[in-house]
Design a protein around this ligand. Structure first.
Ligand code: ATP
Ligand code: MEV
Ligand code: MG
Length: 328
């Protein structure tokens, strides 16, 4: 039996624009997805995903994907979840050159689903790491990141950057621009506070919406370019340990993301509550549509304000997680 875990992330800057080749800076946070894998004697795959709904679901189907799972959650949700885990298993079979390998897998996660904290990337990264190890192959974190990217790219219908998967596999703060992925060492202390509205957005759909806007309006394409400028400026602020400038740029980034239509009433409400409480900056994180905002505040004021904000279901502090994927 092998257990691997991988962290979720918040975006300091650059989500969405990163899909079109602009740089982005996601940071891994201390909230993890854990995947337990046990090799089977046959080629079947049995997946238990306890957090997929409140009730959880269990599905058993063949390696060829011929069976229809008998479950009580929306089919699209099951299909997507099976896509991520199935994709991870395909990668492990390919790496180990064991196309017939079967597994029992259990997915458990502290990362809210579809909320902008990179739950999909963490699940794929941890699943690939655990399944390859279970087959006796140890991949580097970079290799896990690359394989996980291929899975996200496929499940999200080609609408994915390397940012989430690289960040989850490597840990820490990272910089991703197209295929160029690296860790950023020496980031200042970043006092992340996360606000969660209890909702979710569909990453693939939200990215497709931004793509449509970008094709329709030149100024939407310019907005994406402006996000790239914010990120480049933000990298300088990080290098100068200037947390107050980082916050200002996060605010700017949120405005641009909002212009691209990926914010929501509750995300905006949480962003404003954080700013009014004295946060250095606040923005939505991840694909948007609903889910989480991230703010910078070393005091307790933002968390307290978020707890009193209608539409905010939970507010918590998130520490930078310097460790990426690991065996438990
Ligand atoms: N604990 C889990 N168990 C099973 N599947 C999961 C789990 N967590 C996430 N997933 C899969 O990932 C999907 C959510 O991925 P999606 O990319 O839409 O959001 P996210 O990764 O949480 O946020 P973002 O991509 O904006 O950072 C879920 O619908 C499910 O398919
Ligand atoms: C919206 C997006 O930029 C981040 C989702 O966490 C999509 C991606 O980079 O794959
Ligand atoms: Mg995702």
């Amino acid at each position: 039996m092998t257990v691997s875990s991988a962290p979720g992330k918040v975006y300091l800057f650059g989500e969405h624009a990163v899909v079109y080749g602009e740089p982005a800076v996601p940071c891994a946070i201390e909230r993890r997805a854990r995947v337990t894998v046990e090799a089977r004697d046959d080629d079947r795959l049995r997946v238990e995903a306890k957090d997929l709904t409140l009730d959880g679901f269990t599905v058993e189907y063949s390696g060829e994907g011929g069976d229809t799972p008998d479950v009580n959650v929306p089919t699209s949700l099951v299909e997507a979840a099976m896509g991520y885990v199935d994709g991870a298993v395909e990668q492990a079979r390919d790496v180990a050159d064991e196309p017939e390998a079967g597994f029992d897998m259990t997915v458990e996660s502290d990362i809210p689903l579809g909320a902008g904290l990179g739950s999909s990337a963490a699940v794929v990264v941890a699943a690939i790491d655990a399944a390859t190890r279970e087959l006796g192959v140890e991949l580097t974190q970079e290799a896990v990141a690359d394989r996980a990217y291929r899975v996200e790219h496929e499940v999200q219908d080609g609408e994915a950057s390397r940012a989430d998967t690289f960040c989850s596999a490597m840990g820490g703060a990272v910089r991703v621009e197209g295929d160029d992925c690296r860790r950023i060492d020496d980031v200042p202390n970043l006092p992340f506070v996360v606000g969660y509205d209890g909702g979710a957005g569909d990453t693939g759909e939200l990215v497709a919406g931004v793509r449509a806007l970008r094709e329709e309006f030149d100024f939407a394409a310019d907005t994406i370019g402006a996000i790239g400028d914010v990120v480049r400026e933000g990298e300088e602020a990080l290098a100068d340990d200037d947390v107050s400038a980082v916050g200002k740029l996060m605010n700017f980034d949120h405005g641009l993301l909002s212009a691209l239509g990926v914010s929501s009433r509750s995300l905006d409400a949480m962003v404003w509550a954080a700013r009014e409480a004295g946060a250095r900056g606040a923005k939505l994180t991840g694909a948007g549509g609903g889910g989480c905002i991230v703010a910078l505040d070393e005091t307790e004021a933002t968390r307290t304000a978020l707890n009193y904000t209608p539409g905010c279901e939970a507010a918590f502090r998130a520490e930078l997680d310097r460790e990426g994927v690991r065996v438990e």
